[in-house]
Ligand binder design. Structure first.
Ligand SMILES: Nc1ncnc2c1ncn2[C@@H]1O[C@H](COP(=O)(O)OP(=O)(O)O)[C@@H](O)[C@H]1O
Ligand SMILES: [Mg+2]
Length: 292
């Protein structure tokens, strides 16, 4: 069975994709859900943030899996080796490396074939979902800020997508529109089951005019759930918070560095709750990190 799989994409760098992936994974893990992060970005940010120190530069990465996709038995063994533990309970990761862009380019595939190439690798992982000990309830794919083979493959494989918009950034809005068009055409051509969960505004500061202006642009166009693009705006925005830099520096999640009563903690907590509902993930007992 194919697991629920969320691809977090935006054509714009710095739009909080990695932060959202890592903290969503940690939050789902706290709810007893087993999550696999797949880092497809050569910048390796989610690998560095999430993987344990000994595994930050592992020998077996997503590049290794993509390069060995022709040999089923070998790929299965390599996939097992590629899955690393993280700082968080119930959360694992397949790391990226510097060569991932070249590896993907060398596959020399049309984007349509890239879907099955990436999907084949992922299905080996996904098959573990039926395994009560090692399986996963959800996969979260951290995409690079582009529309190249791996991002396209991730969208074609995913069951759900989410596009973050960096609050107050007109360039971010432009990157969002670009990605939305890409997702819309991929859904039509290759992945009709794909559900676009919508837009998540991150880095929100309600005191700044630029932020209010961008929110106006987005809501004017997308607040109606029945709009033609079938895109909704997530309830609640992720506020701008200095705690985020602190969390990544310490290899922690926001749930470990922020007070449960803080706006950033509550916004992420609500977002993860909403993800569970929207993706149909059954929540188990919820852990807290109070006192960490
Ligand atoms: N809510 C937030 N408030 C302030 N800074 C944030 C927030 N979320 C993420 N950041 C910071 O913004 C920067 C870019 O985020 P990142 O997740 O790496 O973006 P992307 O993966 O889209 O390139 C990082 O330094 C991150 O710590
Ligand atoms: Mg990133």
């Amino acid at each position: 069975m194919k697991p629920k799989c969320l691809a977090v994409t935006s054509h714009k760098g710095g739009s909080h994709k990695t932060t959202i992936c890592v903290n969503a994974a940690a939050g789902l893990g706290m709810r007893g859900l087993r999550v696999l992060i797949i880092d497809t970005d050569g910048q390796k940010n989610s690998s560095i943030h999430a993987a344990l120190p000994d595994d930050e530069n592992p020998d077996v990465t997503l590049s290794t899996l993509l390069s060995n996709n022709k040999d089923d038995a070998k790929l299965k063994d390599l996939t097992r080796l590629a899955i690393k533990e993280t700082h968080w309970e119930n959360v694992s990761i397949i790391c990226s490396d510097d060569s991932i862009g070249n590896v993907a380019d060398k596959l020399q595939l049309t984007s349509h074939m890239a879907f099955s190439e990436l999907g084949k690798s992922l299905n080996h992982v996904a098959s573990r979902i039926d395994d009560p000990v090692n399986g996963f309830d959800a996969i979260i794919i951290d995409c690079a800020p582009d529309r190249r083979i791996l991002t396209t493959g991730a969208i074609a494989y995913a069951t759900h997508t989410l596009i973050p918009i960096l609050s107050g950034s007109l360039y971010g809005y432009d990157g969002f529109l670009d990605m939305l068009n890409h997702i819309t055409s991929l859904r039509k051509e290759t992945n009709p089951q794909l559900v676009n969960l919508g837009i998540l505004i991150s880095g929100w500061d309600g005191n700044l005019l630029a932020h209010k202006k961008l929110l106006g642009l987005v809501t004017d166009r997308y607040q109606d759930i029945n709009n033609v693009d079938l895109v909704k705006l997530f309830n609640g925005r992720i506020p701008r918070s200095t705690k985020m830099e602190q969390a990544s520096m310490l290899s922690r999640s926001i749930f470990e560095v922020a007070e449960p009563s803080s706006s950033i903690y509550m916004a992420y907590d609500n977002f993860v709750d909403q993800l569970c509902v929207d993706m149909g993930l059954a929540v188990h007992d919820k852990l807290t990190h109070e006192g960490v």
